[in-house]
Design a protein around this ligand. Structure first.
Ligand SMILES: Cc1cc2nc3c(=O)[nH]c(=O)nc-3n(C[C@H](O)[C@H](O)[C@H](O)COP(=O)(O)O)c2cc1C
Length: 275
């Protein structure tokens, strides 16, 4: 089993990597044939996004920047499971990790990692510990459709100095390691949580209202049958989610048409073309 670590820490032997190393050891202790590959963003050339939105309009491979993006994408596709790790900087992800998310932003709307088992891990000194991991999950990996097995924020100063906290976090990391391996070995179609379902429905509703805005995105959604399904894959959806979705997205359609006129799709397409 091939686990990829995508790290946004500039310190390859720093606090965040020491936590990932703990997870790796926990996996190797219990399971055979686990290989863990580290992809340190600090070693890769990943230029800043220039905001052309060609990835959204024409597909991820249309990005005009020439750097290591394709290699990173390929490694993520090849991996059975991924650990996304970043230190907390100013209660957020590191700049390295933020740039990585910007460069793959199109995956929020044209997902390629639906159901991919993912662990999200961050360390901070103490305060704002969940800022970075929640940001990673809520603003990107849930949008990508990943199967997030755990979202962990570790107050590293307390981990180091307080035995009780140390033991508590170690237990959490071992359990997250188990969950990641279990998700990669049993490829079942996990039911989405509320956030995942809402993100799916948001994308779908936006495409229903404005199919002309990003024709490539519309094509991918049509080809995958997502426009006619309840989720990215066959699975059980909580009936309450469906009820809320029905109301919220019915309202969203009305609001779009009210704000942008009957031809919301054309209006938005024109807007994007000029931006
Ligand atoms: C630029 C910068 C900003 C930071 N911001 C915070 C912060 O807002 N809250 C916090 O508790 N720790 C903060 N820290 C501390 C780091 O999050 C903490 O030391 C982390 O474990 C470092 O991980 P690393 O060794 O993998 O780089 C910051 C550190 C740096 C270098």
């Amino acid at each position: 089993m091939n686990i990829l670590v995508v790290s946004g820490s500039p310190r390859k032997s720093g606090n965040t990597m020491s936590m990932v190393n703990y997870v790796e050891k926990a996996m190797n202790k219990k399971y055979d044939n686990i290989s863990v590959e580290y992809l340190h963003l600090i070693d890769k050339e990943l230029k800043y996004c220039i905001g052309c939105c060609l990835c959204l309009r024409k597909g991820g491979n249309q990005c005009p920047l020439e750097d290591d993006k394709d290699e990173i994408l390929r490694k993520m596709h090849e991996a059975d499971g991924i650990i996304f790790a970043s230190p907390g900087y100013s209660a957020m992800v590191s700049g390295l990790f933020k740039n990585f998310l910007d460069r793959f932003m199109y995956l929020d709307h044209i997902p390629e990692f639906v159901g991919k088992p993912v662990m999200v891990l961050s360390t901070s000194g103490g305060d704002g510990v969940m800022g970075a991991p929640k940001f990673m999950a809520n603003n990107s990996f849930y949008w990508w459709g990943c199967n997030i097995v755990d979202i962990i924020g570790i107050r590293h100063a307390f981990y180091t100095n307080n035995r009780k906290t140390h033991m508590k976090y170690n237990k959490r990391l071992s359990s997250a390691a188990d969950k990641l391996i279990s998700a990669t070995s049993n490829k079942i179609n996990v039911s989405p949580n509320f956030r995942q379902y809402i993100y799916f429905m948001f994308n779908k509703t936006e495409l229903e209202v404005s199919p002309d805005v990003m024709p490539y995105r519309t094509k991918v959604w049509e080809e995958n049958g997502w426009m006619r399904s309840d989720y990215y894959y066959e699975t059980k959806i909580n009936p309450l989610f469906k009820c809320v979705g029905f109301v919220v997205f019915g309202m969203m359609k009305v609001v779009y048409r009210r704000l942008l006129g009957k031809d919301a799709s054309k209006a938005l397409a024109e807007y994007l073309k000029n931006n």
